[in-house]
Structures are given as C-alpha cells and as structure tokens.
Design a protein around this ligand. Structure first.
Ligand code: AGP
Length: 606
C-alpha cells in the first residue's frame, strides 16, 4: 500500500506535499517523491528511503517550488525500493503517482514497447504513465477515461499534464482516495490524516470517478465524462488525534488510548445495561436467522475473530469458523444464504478481506463489517456495519483497533446468546457490565509498565521464542506472537500449550524464552503442567496470569500479574502486557516501532 497526495492553491506546494506525505508514511515508506508545476514546468524530485532522505536530496540538489503538484510515499510491490522505481513516474507530457496494483501491466507494457516506448523503471505505475502519454490527445479527461477502460487492477492516481499548468487530476478504482477542500485550495490524499492540518472537509472519490482540481476549485466526472455533484463530508478527527500527543511513538499512545477507545466504541451500543446494535442493522430477530457464522480477516484482525469465536461458541452455542481472508477466498467455502460472514478490518481497505467479503456476498451470505476507518471500502460494501471508534490508528502494529474489535465481538456474542435464549437477561446484563469495567482494569495494568520493560530486556538477545496458552489464552498467544515479530523482528511462534508435546517441544533449548498465557481458571492446572514440561527442558518461562498466583521455581522465572476478573473477559486485560512487551522489545532493539521494516499499515494489494 502507498500514500498519494496532491495540492492546488496559494501555499508553497512542496511544503504542503511533504507535510501531507509525512502523515501517510504509515502506508509505506521505502521511497518517496513529488512533482510540482515550477514556473510552468513539471519538476520531479524523488528518492529511495524516507521522506527525510527526499528532503535532504532536494536541499542538496534542487527543491521544486510552485502552487500545484502531486506526491507519493511507497511500499514497493513491483520493483525494489530504488530512486528509479520511486514515484512519480512520467511519460513525455504526463506525470503520475499511484497506489494499487495494475494486474495487466505486462500486456500493456509489451504493447507500448511495440509502439516504440522506452521504460526506465520496473514498476507497473510507469506503464500507466506511458499509456496516458500514448493516448494523450490534448484532452486530459478523454485520455484518463480511455486508459481506465484498458487498465485492470486497483489504482488511486494523481495525474498532471504538462500543458495544463496548475491542474491536478485524480481517479480511483479500489484503492482509496479523498479530495479535500479548503479556502481557495484543494487536495487529494489516500487518507484523511494527510489533510487535517489544512481542512476537515473532503469528498470521497467513488470507483471510476475523476476529479479535476484547479485554482477555481474542484469538479467531478464519471467515466462517461458527465459532471457529477458529490456530498461533502467532515472528518470527525482532529490534528491531535493524528499526532503523538507527547508519547515517544504512536504505538505507545495507541496502547494507552485503549480504555477510551473501548468506552467510545461500546457505550453507544449499550441500552439499559444490555447490548443494543440496532443502529448497525442488527436485531435479535436478525441474529436468529443464521445457522453458522464465519469470521474472515487478516493478521491481528483475524486474531480478534478468534477471541470472538471462543466467546460466541461458549455463550451462544452457534458454530463459528475463523478464516484467514486470503485462504477463505480460494478454498471454495461452504457458505450459504443462511450464514453470517463477519469481516473485521481496521483500515477497511485490506484487499484480501474486501475480496473475501465480496465472495461471501456472491455466495448469498449476509455480511457484517467491523471496521475502524469511516467510509472505507469494506464499510461501504457490507450489508451490516459496526464502526469501531478507536480514532486513527497510525502505528503499523495494531493495538487499540484490536482491543475495540474484540469489544465489539463481545457485544455481538452477548446479544446473540440472549437472542437464542442461551443466556437470560440477568446473565447478559452481568456480562455486559464486565465489559464496561474493562477500561478501568486496563488503566490499572497500564500503570505497571516497568514489569513489561524488564521482561522485554530479557528477550532482546533471543533468537526465537514461544507463546503458549489454551483456549482463549491460545488465541491471545497468537496476537502476542505477531506483535513481537512484526516490530522487534525476533522470530516467535504461538502454540497450543497442550499440543507442544506432539513435536514442537523439541525446539526448547536452554534459556529459550517461553511466554505462557495462563488466565483461564478452568484450564489453569493443565496449562501449568505444560509450562512445567518446557521449564524442565531449560526454558526461561514468563507467565501472564492472575496476580494472586505465585509460580513455583519449577514453573516460571517471572510473572506479569493481572487483576482477578472473569475468565471470559480476561483477553481484554491479558493482551495489554503482550502489547507492551512487544513495544519495549522493539524500542530496546532500536527499531522504528511505528514503521517496522517490510510492512505497511493497510495491505491494499493481494
Ligand atoms: C497488525 O498488527 C498488522 N499490522 C496486520 O496484521 C493487520 O492487522 C492486518 O494487515 C489487517 O489489517 P486491517 O485490520 O486493516 O484489515
């Protein structure tokens, strides 16, 4: 996934583009570039590396200056990160920036080469630039429409034509793109944080819609060249929400925002002490229609689905299958029109999850999206929608979004269990009350960061470690393992504690760290037995368990103590130390916590 921006207005364009791109670096940051109308000419500056490398390059060579232009920060898909592969890419008279994947780029490139066109880069984006240039007949709109009809795949494009000074065009298909409007100025951006410094007012560009930005304002066209009037939206975020707020990293800020995020997400969905999801189109009658539930998501969002599975099956006795979206899509799932498919996504733009939801709809299932990013593709295409209200999650490693995803899964599980008479109102009210108390428990846990810092210091020299647990603790160990891997770059693996003895226990070597999540009372003794098995083989065991348990020396070397709350709601508390352990391990390793290598915040490509 990449970030694209554009600007037309009275300000110094280069400054605006660089500032806007800095708010999109979480979308990709292996190279960056800008193209600016500079005294009537399009001047390009681009570089491998971060924005600061581009800034330095412009200071040392030439810094374009003007009042209109486009910019890009990249997460490489076609062609390694390099100066030549960084965006913008140009034809003779057209320069573009692109977020997405052109699926038929090879066929188009072969055609253009046969027409004598020469290419500089390995990217699919340059193919689009050259194709626009090939068809360009002096009318940008006609040219864009023609190219759109030939290109297959996903794209959000910022486009400038050399003979249309101070005019920026934008067009999208699948990849998100907004058009911001301020006082005598306008913007394009892949996401809202890029423009918040200048305006909160924006338009959502729909599939195959084109925008033209010039000094007189913005016009929109459909793919038949018909001008269209669009509804303006106002971002409900403010600059602070998209800034670090005094924390060293966005990730730490977002971990500490979790109590507020939970309250903001669940409070509007609780009436008289009971879950109430009617505003999302979900009623007890609707919930009773379903035979089976599928949860489809990627990464951390999928782990949130696993917690939901355990809770729904335990309380409502309705079968739940959790699928990795990229697997669901290709295993010919046995989804029927009597099933509910829940798609969980922070960004609402994850290509695999979006495609999985579309497949579920083709198979006749009803779809429910649990999404954080307002107005995102998954949010807009689902039959039913529950927004989480975590605010912008900037750090690549998801924390508060995960927390509110499981909070919503709890509400859904409680309402479903009540709807099918698996629990009565008293029990439903008790469980909902437990959920409402979790922000307080988390506030308490967040006061004890020292223990997680100590644990982190014991992990940084490890080559590999295990996270183990049973039941809900196993679901949590998956999330803890992913958090550690993606930001500390230390290999880890989550494993069902009871399964270790069937092979994987051979990995245990002297001093190998094992983080054992043991919060489920009903499984506690069995988990302790499994912990003793690894301890006896030399493991260095860190237990995440209730504070009132003191492990013997033959069980654990260290403990992170949790408050004594009901087993079923424990994941909301137990995940917090796992997040902090990963965070501090990454900090101690000197990694870029918010923008870990090889990753991007939302993977809008397959
Ligand atoms: C989470 O820490 C990861 N960054 C990643 O696994 C993420 O959860 C996954 O890509 C899904 O993203 P989404 O929630 O935006 O769909």
């Amino acid at each position: 996934m990449c970030g694209i921006v554009g600007y037309v207005g009275p300000r110094e364009c280069t400054d605006v583009l660089m500032s806007a791109l800095s708010k999109l670096e979480y979308r990709g940051y292996d190279s960056a570039g800008i193209a600016v109308f500079d005294n009537g000419e399009i001047k390009v500056a681009k570089s491998k590396g971060r924005l600061k490398d581009l800034e330095e390059k412009m200071e040392n060579t030439y810094k374009p200056s003007g009042h209109a232009g486009i910019g890009h920060t990249r997460w490489a898909t076609h062609g390694e990160p390099s100066d030549i592969n960084s965006h913008p890419h140009s034809g003779k008279r057209v320069t573009i920036v692109h977020n997405g994947i052109i699926e038929n780029y090879k066929k188009l490139k072969d055609f253009l080469v046969s027409q004598g066109r020469e290419f500089q880069s390995e990217t699919d984006t340059e193919v689009v630039a050259q194709l626009l240039d090939y068809y360009y007949d002096g009318n940008p709109l006609d040219t864009i429409i023609k190219v759109m009809s030939e290109v297959r795949g996903s794209f959000a494009l910022g486009i400038v034509f050399s003979d249309f000074r101070d005019v920026v065009y934008a067009v999208r298909r699948e990849s998100p793109l907004i058009v911001g409007v301020g006082e005598n100025e306008s913007f394009i951006a892949s996401d809202v944080p890029a423009i918040l410094k200048y305006t909160k007012d924006y338009y959502l560009l729909e599939h195959d819609e084109i925008a033209r930005l010039d000094m007189d304002g913005v016009k929109f066209y459909d793919k038949h060249k018909k001008e269209i009037i669009k509804e303006i939206k106002t971002a409900d975020w403010d600059m602070d929400a998209a800034e670090k707020g005094g924390y060293e990293h966005f990730m730490l800020k977002e971990i500490y925002e979790q109590p507020t995020a939970i309250k903001t997400t669940i409070s509007p969905r609780i009436t008289d002490g009971l879950p109430n999801l009617e505003e999302c189109g979900i009623t007890p009658e609707k919930l009773r229609e379903f035979n089976q539930i599928y949860v489809v998501a990627c990464g951390t969002a999928m782990h949130a689905g696993l917690v939901g599975k355990y809770v729904i099956e335990k309380l409502a006795r309705v079968p739940v299958t959790v699928d990795i979206a990229s697997e669901f899509r290709y295993r010919e799932p046995l989804v029927s029109d009597r099933d509910l498919v829940i798609v969980i996504s922070q960004s609402g733009e994850t290509a695999d999850s979006l495609a999985a939801m579309r497949l579920a709809k083709e198979l006749g299932a009803q779809t429910l999206a649990i999404v954080n990013a307002k107005g995102s593709s998954i949010a807009r295409e689902a039959d039913m929608l529950i927004y989480t209200h975590a605010g912008p999650e900037i750090a690549v490693a998801s924390t508060k979004a995960y927390m509110v995803q499981i909070a919503v899964m709890y509400l859904l599980a409680f309402e479903l269990a009540l709807a099918v008479d698996a629990i009565d109102e008293t029990e439903c009210r008790r469980l909902t009350g437990l959920l409402q108390k979790t922000p307080d428990y988390i506030e308490e846990i967040l006061k004890n960061k020292e223990d997680t810092q100590y644990i982190a210091s014991s992990l940084i020299t490890a080559d590999s470690l295990l996270y183990i647990g049973r039941g809900l603790d196993y679901a949590l160990s998956m999330e803890g393992s992913l958090k550690l891997k993606e930001i500390s770059y230390i290999h880890s693996e989550s494993y069902a504690a009871g399964e270790l003895k069937h092979g994987t226990i051979s990995l245990i070597s002297d001093g190998m760290p094992v983080i054992a999540v043991a919060t489920q009372k009903a499984l506690f003794e069995k988990t302790v037995s499994n912990i003793k098995e690894v301890k006896a083989r030399g493991a260095k065991v860190i237990m995440v368990c209730r504070d009132d348990y003191t492990p013997e020396k033959d069980v654990a070397d260290y403990k992170f103590g949790l408050p004594d709350i009901d087993d079923i709601i424990m994941p909301m508390a137990a995940v917090v130390p796992l997040q902090l352990i990963a965070y501090y391990t990454s900090v101690l390793k000197g990694n870029d916590v918010d923008k870990p290598r090889n990753l991007a915040k939302s993977v809008t490509v397959e």
